[in-house]
Design a protein around this ligand. Sequence first.
Ligand SMILES: Cc1cc2nc3c(=O)[nH]c(=O)nc-3n(C[C@H](O)[C@H](O)[C@H](O)COP(=O)(O)OP(=O)(O)OC[C@H]3O[C@@H](n4cnc5c(N)ncnc54)[C@H](O)[C@@H]3O)c2cc1C
Length: 436
Amino acid sequence: MKYVIIGAGVAGYAAIESIRTLDKAGEIIMVSDDPHGYYSRPGLAYYLTGELHDKTLYPRTHEDHKKLNFKLFKGRVTRILRSEHALEIEGKSRLAYDKLLIAVGARALPLEVPGAKLEGVVKLDHLTDAKNILKLTKSSKTAVVVGGGITALELTEGLLARGVHVHYLLRGNRYWSNVLDESESKIVEGRLQAEGVELHYHAKLKEIVGKKNRVLGIRLEDGKTIRCDMVAYAIGVHPSLELTRGAGLALDRGILVDEHLQTNDPDIFAAGDVAQVFDPLSGRAVLDSLWNPARDQGQVAGFNMAGRKTAYLKSPPFNVTRLAGLTTTIIGTVGHGEDNDVIGIARGDSETWRDLPDSIEAQSGFDINHMRLVIGKKTLLGAIVMGDQKLSWPLQKMIAEGADISPIRQKLLMFNAPIADLVADFWVVWRQKVAL
Ligand SMILES: Cc1cc2nc3c(=O)[nH]c(=O)nc-3n(C[C@H](O)[C@H](O)[C@H](O)COP(=O)(O)OP(=O)(O)OC[C@H]3O[C@@H](n4cnc5c(N)ncnc54)[C@H](O)[C@@H]3O)c2cc1C
């Protein structure tokens, strides 16, 4: 059997690991156009701030690669020739497959304003982008950051750590309003200001102005201008579908796959950020754009490619991140408001918020120890934990397992309820009952 994996991300790598547990002899070829191979994309934020060296971004050693016994082919796949069971690489060479996994991930949405191609305009998708940012910060004093989610803050923190003054543009009246509530946005904004970031509310970028191909500044729609040497943007991501368009695979926002990660072609599978996976629990096909689901999907796809029928069971989204230096965990369904950037939301939230059953929120904490629960009729639907993280794992478990919180529901909803204590006490009893 000849397995070909397109993409050297966590999904592709996890697929190889599970194929090898079932098929020791089959030929496995991974094709990737990233010169840096398999590394941690979430780690890029810490590389930018200087907390991680680039050498520590690689989750697997050379020995691990050798044990898996696969060939890594560096190059860009330009076409999938389904009738020939082959791929075209760089428009030239061909590579045949018996079973194919498409794990090409997602990429940053482009900034579509005049001047977006000037030198000094940056995004944070790949290690190459991060290295480019670090190079530019050496000769930059001021940057403008555009975008409303986690990656925009990671860019901000990275630039600050490199001594660059940051102007942060917010389209609305607060930070990440479709996931965070007002008090949470305020916490983040306050911390950013304390770090010296200049926030600009209702700020819509009109154009980037340059000279000799270098960024000189930006102009907002209201006419205001800001001088800067860099513009960093993170306005959402979208699955990389270029390769699959025209191949006759069923597509929606991502590549549509069933719960076995199989496309409408029985020999082609898709996993990770590019896959829109059928979720038997909700009956809908969803995008996740998160590291752990990408790894789990890759693993399941690998088993199915090697002949062991395995279903992928989606867990509620769980994302541990840092917002303006504050550790924040976002679990399950927490969002509000209008959403034009579904994948950006999915990084910290589920796509199911639009179908929320009657839910009520309980809040607790102050400033840096903050917790918000989204409470359904009998279960917890989601949670945001900022600061102290003791309860984030218990909450994840209880949300994922649909723990019946009826015994504490009323108490949680009382004014000024000590929700952290209630959750902690309930967890002790519940985990014994379900024998976790
Ligand atoms: C800055 C940043 C921060 C993040 N932070 C978090 C976080 O805190 N928590 C979290 O859960 N997730 C986070 N994510 C998201 C997470 O990294 C992704 O969900 C995960 O990497 C997806 O893995 P993947 O294998 O599907 O795709 P990717 O990791 O994107 O890998 C895709 C691979 O395919 C290759 N490829 C693409 N097209 C082709 C082609 N035509 N031919 C050959 N090769 C191709 C690419 O070069 C790459 O090697 C972050 C992402 C970024 C960029």
